[in-house]
Every structure is written in structure tokens, then in C-alpha cells.
Design a protein around this ligand. Structure first.
Ligand code: SAM
Length: 212
């Protein structure tokens, strides 16, 4: 279903500057319509963020593709995602051969995703918790991706990133963020770059924003 729509979406992402063929292949093969509510399915292959309930969104495909390209996941990498949401970004990383660990704070989204991953036979570890504290038992992670915007990169996530690992996270105020890309050079040294501007839902938690 929706094969032509997915091909058209890949072409659009190519035109917008996504170059990594593995990432484009993942977008072509992971069925985004399975991750959105039924009423949203006809819009699943438009390059827009869509509501998934509970005031949350599935990110725009361009943003998912860009963050994945920046993360540059390799087969076998252990990846931590904060903000499971619909499960789509986690499914893209899994498709690319990563061992995926993902944390969602909203219990309803968590329960929905557990069922969906089971139905789709995606072997992805999901936890319902505040992701700003990370997932210590499985650290260090080769890659960490945060899909909600926070005031700064949580210290615990920086600690749980492996040396030579990459972290991608939207950082800024509640309305607008830059995508921060950090490479861990040593225990206390990072190389950082930033891409402006994005608008993510807020990262709520101990090292994020406080709930309003
Ligand atoms: N990656 C998601 C996808 O593919 O659909 C996009 C998710 S949405 C933009 C961000 C998610 O982060 C929301 O589901 C929200 O509940 C979750 N979130 C916000 N703060 C969090 C926290 N501290 N820990 C875990 N999840 C959090």
C-alpha cells in the first residue's frame, strides 16, 4: 500500500538535500502510515508532522531523515532514542540494522507502541520513563537521538554516550530550537555543530522543561 506515495516522498527528500542512500532506502521501506492514527493515513506521505494524540506529533519525514543522516547509524550500533512517540523513528533505526532502545514518558503512547512493535515484529526495547535520565543499564550507546526539544543536552545523556559516539538533539527555547550534533571525543570533550531552526514538542523531565 502507498508504494507510489513513498517513492514520491523519497524524491522530495532528495530534492530537499537528503543524500544518504541508506536513509532514503529506509524511508522507502518503512511504512509510515502504520504509525499514524487511521484518520491521518491519507496524509502519511506528505512531508509534514502529524498529530498522534495526547498533544504529541510524529515528526516531519524531512526531520526524521535529516536527524537519521546526522546520526549516521551503522549496522549493529546500540542506539538510544528519547521520545518514542509513534515509534516511526525507532523503526527507521531498526530497519538500518541498529539495536534500538527507546524511551517514552507518555504511558498511552508507550502502550500503543508496545502493541505495534509486537504486531510488526520489531525487536525494539521500549521503556516508559523520563528519558532525560537515560537508560543506564544499557549504556554506553553508540548513538543517542532526542526527538523532543530541551533547554540543553542532559548531562546524563552525554555521560551515557560512547567515546566516538554521536548525539543529535533539538536545543533551544520551547518554541524554536537548533539541531545540536555532538561527537564525543573523550570523557569530557565534545565537538558540536548546530543546524537552525526547528520546532519540536517540549522535552519534559528532570533535565528538560517542567510540565506546565
Ligand atoms: N520519535 C517520534 C516519532 O517517530 O513519532 C516523535 C515523537 S514526538 C516529536 C516527541 C515525543 O517525546 C512525545 O511522544 C513526548 O511524549 C516524548 N517526550 C517528551 N519528553 C520526554 C521525556 N523526558 N522522556 C521520554 N519521552 C519524552
Amino acid at each position: 500500500m502507498y508504494e507510489q506515495e513513498r517513492k514520491d516522498l523519497v524524491e522530495k527528500l532528495r530534492q530537499k538535500g537528503i543524500k544518504n542512500e541508506r536513509v532514503l532506502d529506509a524511508i522507502l521501506n518503512v511504512e509510515r502510515h502504520l504509525f499514524v492514527p487511521d484518520v491521518m493515513k491519507p496524509n502519511a506521505y506528505k512531508d509534514v508532522a502529524l498529530p498522534i494524540g495526547y498533544n504529541q506529533t510524529i515528526s516531519q519525514p524531512y526531520t526524521v531523515a535529516l536527524m537519521t543522516e546526522l546520526l549516521n547509524p551503522q549496522v549493529g550500533d546500540k542506539i538510544l532514542e528519547i521520545g518514542t512517540g509513534s515509534g516511526y523513528q525507532a523503526a527507521i533505526l531498526y530497519y538500518l540494522g541498529a539495536k534500538v532502545f527507546t524511551i517514552e514518558r507518555n504511558i498511552n503512547l508507550y502502550n500503543r507502541v508496545l502493541k505495534l512493535f509486537d504486531e510488526l515484529q520489531l525487536r525494539i526495547a521500549v521503556r516508559c520513563a523520563d528519558g532525560t535520565i537515560g537508560w543506564e543499564e544499557f549504556a554506553p550507546f553508540d548513538r543517542i537521538i532526542v526527538t523532543a526539544g530541551g533547554p540543553e543536552v542532559p548531562v546524563r545523556l552525554k555521560k551515557q554516550l560512547a567515546i566516538n559516539g554521536t548525539l543529535v538533539m533539538p536545543v533551544g527555547d520551547r518554541k524554536s530550537q537548533v539541531l545540536k550534533v555532538m561527537k564525543k571525543l573523550s570523557e569530557n570533550e565534545f565537538h558540536s555543530s548546530e543546524i537552525p531552526y526547528f520546532a519540536f514538542v517540549p522535552l519534559i523531565g528532570l533535565e528538560g522543561w517542567q510540565e506546565k
